[in-house]
Design a protein around this ligand. Structure first.
Ligand code: BGC
Length: 805
């Protein structure tokens, strides 16, 4: 097939495919298998799970019907069906018996709430009639209580009212979705509602065999599970995609063995997360005062924090037992290696995740007590079977970033002292290895330059829980522009026309050099670009209108030169198409669940399968993966992100990118960077130290760039230390390209408030969803940027198109 024929023919005409892959059986099966592998068994006492064949079950909670397959916004897709937990059990034939009157009650209630406009996960827990609870008790041996939650981009999860500043309260009043969720969850959706508590109490009064199932996209209160002996088992089912309910039912029945491990720390209370205190302090900024002490780095290090943990990072039970034995740890000049033997000592086949943490010297910089350095999941081990697992990482990866010059300014340093290694199956369940690595001198691993220096962050946390003051610099160019600033984000934006031309016209080009000749090696890109006017170059630097099934706009679109209009699509839940086109696609489990598989090879498969759907629908850029850090449970988009830990985010993101790009589809890694809050997301300033940026908020992106070379990166809406990320030369040129060697194209997030000419100057090549050519032209007339800068960005846009089939 001639190059780019595919992207020129939308909507989905599956070219050269023997059969359709979009939402095909194989993909749905993969979605279910991934869902099963990332669900985390939190508790299993009295051997309640797996449920015995023939168990009589009562499903409590509207969540047994109101299944939330994933969050909302760009991380949502249209599917043919969604299986809830009730469906999942019904699909098991006679394996279990369900108390139908109770099911009938919830089914009708949920349907009625949907009819009245409620969205999945935003329904209200109905009052449970006493008669039904008594009937369930008479019928069933085991009660399963289902709790579900929903969140989305553009708003944060609901906090307790007392945590909101006056400003945040006003912002919430303006946000329709935030208002809805606050209404449905007046106590904050992190906690059980009064109705849920009442339902749970009625169950506890009647049953002594209770399992809880959580259908959530982010961290919720689990103290009521951990601390109550009447609740014997709990499965954290996350938001598992279209087959999530079926995946949960199969795991509960022992058709598969849970092997998911937490990629976040579950603390006793929302207030235990150090970032909660100022999360809603302001709509204009967020002070990252906890610094590098995010997630387990905080809980394992800061005095008094350990006790606050309910379920630690890396934790997850199995129906079988494993013996994990470290055979040896050794070093070469650059690396640390470990050989670990894992034996399944129980009665059921299962997988285990070996996790390697290190503890470095506190030194002058101060460090987290433990940091994850490597991990490896075993294959499915039969009872009695052993697998030898090898883990390795670079010594340099243990270095800390010195942003204040305590040893050497702007350098990654391995401080002198002893490095210890802990190997096990969660951050809390490890054994210290006999081997230690010792340094008698500090080693400068890499000398960098100061970038993105904080301007308004006054203090940051140290490893003993005290705070140090940070030097202050006066600088904030968030709203600076050489001429009159845009009043609203969409004002002045010119949506270009669809410049579609017939196939015949592709070749009737009035002597213009054609782009296909560049693709076929007959013409250099330089020669091709030399013929383009400034106007045409500018055209390439802005998004192009939707065609066919697309709803997130495209790029290219210069048909007279044979430059196709290639379309983008969201990510990360699956392929998100224009809802009106009625094409359904596979809904994958949410990203947090995928991360909890700790299985990059599986994530690679999901990336590959998802990209096949993108390709079949003749789209070209998939706006995924999203790899922001879970800084605080309240962030409305955490379900789209992987973890509180940058190594997990980086490894999973890299696997996803490789899977996607194996299909010649561009992955767009987003949102670069420190986009950890949704409220006022386009104008909120993330104030964060250079060290926390380097070690936490940039690290995942750095791993992905170095391991997977994504074809595109999406800068974020927010500012970092007073500079919009899309306008930040330091971020996009100095760090991303200069330090990490990124070869691809940078796009803005959609309808950012950044000034287009400043974005081009910073190295943000494409402005989505459309550009502002008139404003850039004006800037050129004022001598603020020149043709060379346009060429540089246009070249990257064209190079991206050259990579696509
Ligand atoms: C989101 C991005 C998304 C884009 C296109 C934005 O609102 O932040 O993640 O890819 O829209 O839908």
């Amino acid at each position: 097939m001639r190059k780019w024929t595919r992207v020129g023919f939308q909507p989905n005409l599956p070219l050269e495919e023997k059969r359709r892959v979009t939402e095909c059986k194989e993909h749905i099966r993969l979605s279910k298998e991934a869902a099963k592998e990332g669900m985390v068994l939190l508790k299993n006492e009295k051997k309640l799970l797996p449920l015995a064949e023939g168990t009589r079950l009562a499903l409590f909670g509207k969540g047994s019907f109101d299944y939330v397959k994933g969050g909302g916004g760009s991380g949502d897709v249209a599917v043919s069906y969604v299986h809830n937990l009730y469906d999942g059990f019904k699909m098991q034939g006679n394996a279990v018996m369900l108390y139908e009157p109770l099911a009938e009650f919830y089914r009708e209630n949920v349907q009625e709430q949907y009819r009245q406009g409620a969205m999945p996960g935003m329904t209200i827990e109905p009052e449970l009639p006493k008669g039904l609870a008594d009937g369930a008790k008479a019928f069933a041996d085991v009660a399963i209580v289902v709790i579900s939650r929903f969140s989305s981009e553009g708003w944060d999860r609901s906090s307790l009212d007392s945590q909101l500043s006056e400003m945040s309260r006003e912002e919430l009043e303006d946000n329709y979705m935030a208002k809805l969720i606050a209404k449905a969850f007046p106590e904050g959706d992190y906690f059980l509602t009064e109705n849920e508590k009442a339902m749970l109490n009625m169950v506890k009064e009647r049953f002594n065999r209770i399992a809880v199932v959580l259908n959530v996209g982010g961290i919720v209160d689990v103290s009521w599970i951990k601390n109550d002996d009447r609740i014997s088992a709990a499965l954290l089912g996350w938001q598992g995609g279209m087959e999530g309910g079926l995946a949960m039912a199969e795991l509960l029945l022992g058709k598969g063995n849970p092997s998911g491990k937490l990629t976040d720390t579950f603390a006793a209370s929302l207030d235990d997360y150090p970032s909660t205190e100022n999360f809603h302090e302001s709509c204009d900024y967020v002070n990252y005062t906890e610094d590098i002490y995010v997630g387990y780095r905080y809980f394992e290090t800061i005095p008094g924090a350990k006790e606050k943990v309910i379920y630690p990072f890396g934790y997850g039970l199995s129906y079988t037992d494993f013996r994990v034995h470290t055979d040896s740890v050794w070093e070469t000049s650059k690396h640390i290696f470990a050989e670990v033997h894992v034996t399944n000592t129980g009665n059921m086949a299962g997988k285990e995740v070996v996790q390697l943490y290190f503890n470095g010297p506190q030194g002058l910089l101060g460090n987290p007590a433990l940091r994850l350095a490597a991990f490896e999941k075993t294959r499915l081990l039969q009872p009695g079977e052993t697998q030898v697992v090898y883990l390795s990482f670079e010594k340099a990866d243990m270095a800390s970033y010195d942003d204040l010059g305590k040893i050497q300014k702007s350098a990654y340093i391995l401080e002198k002292g002893i490095y210890r290694f802990y190997i096990g199956i969660s951050v809390r369940d490890t054994e210290e290895a006999a081997y230690t690595f010792e340094l008698t001198e500090n080693i400068i691993v890499k000398q960098l330059s100061a970038h993105l220096v904080p301007t308004s962050l006054k203090e940051r946390m140290l490893s003993d829980g005290t705070f140090e003051m940070l030097p202050q610099y006066e600088c904030n160019d968030m709203n600076e522009c050489a001429f009159e600033k845009l009043k609203t984000e969409e004002e002045d934006c010119i949506v270009p026309e669809v410049r579609w031309c017939s196939r015949r016209k592709w070749f009737d080009n009035c002597g213009r050099k054609q782009f296909i000749d560049v693709a076929e090696g007959k013409l250099s890109l330089d020669e091709f670009m030399a013929q383009l006017s400034d106007k045409e170059l500018l055209h390439l630097l802005g998004g192009q209108p939707n065609t066919g099934v697309a709803n997130t706009f495209g790029l290219g679109n210069l048909p007279e030169y044979g430059v196709p209009s290639v379309m983008t699509a969201d990510g990360p839940a699956g392929l998100r198409l224009n809802i009106g086109c009625t094409v359904n696609t596979t809904a994958w489990p949410c990203a947090t669940l995928l991360a909890c598989t700790w299985n990059p090879a599986l994530v690679w498969q999901v990336g590959k399968a998802g990209a096949k759907e993108v390709k079949e629908n003749n789209l070209a850029v998939w706006l995924t993966p999203a790899v922001n850090i879970h800084r605080n449970p309240m962030c409305g988009r955490n379900f789209e992100y992987y973890s509180e830990d940058p190594l997990i985010a980086g490894k999973m993101g890299a696997a996803m990118v490789k899977g996607i790009q194996s299909q010649h589809i561009a992955a767009s890694v987003k949102h670069f960077t420190a986009n950890n809050k949704e409220t006022n997301r386009k104008n909120s300033d993330s104030r964060v130290s250079e060290r926390a940026l380097r070690e936490i908020y940039l690290k995942g992106f750095e791993i992905i760039v170095k391991e997977a070379q994504p074809w595109t990166i999406m800068s974020s809406y927010n500012a970092v230390n007073g500079h919009r990320t899309s306008e930040s030369y330091e971020l996009l040129t100095d760090i991303l390209r200069g330090e990490w060697g990124f070869q691809g194209m940078v796009t803005t997030d959609w309808w950012t408030c950044g000034e287009h000419y400043k974005e081009i100057k910073a190295g943000n090549d494409l402005k989505m969803a459309t550009g502002y050519p008139e404003r850039v032209k004006k800037a050129m007339e004022m001598g603020l940027l020149g043709r060379q800068e346009l060429e540089q960005s246009a070249r990257r846009v064209l190079e991206l198109i050259l990579k696509i089939d």
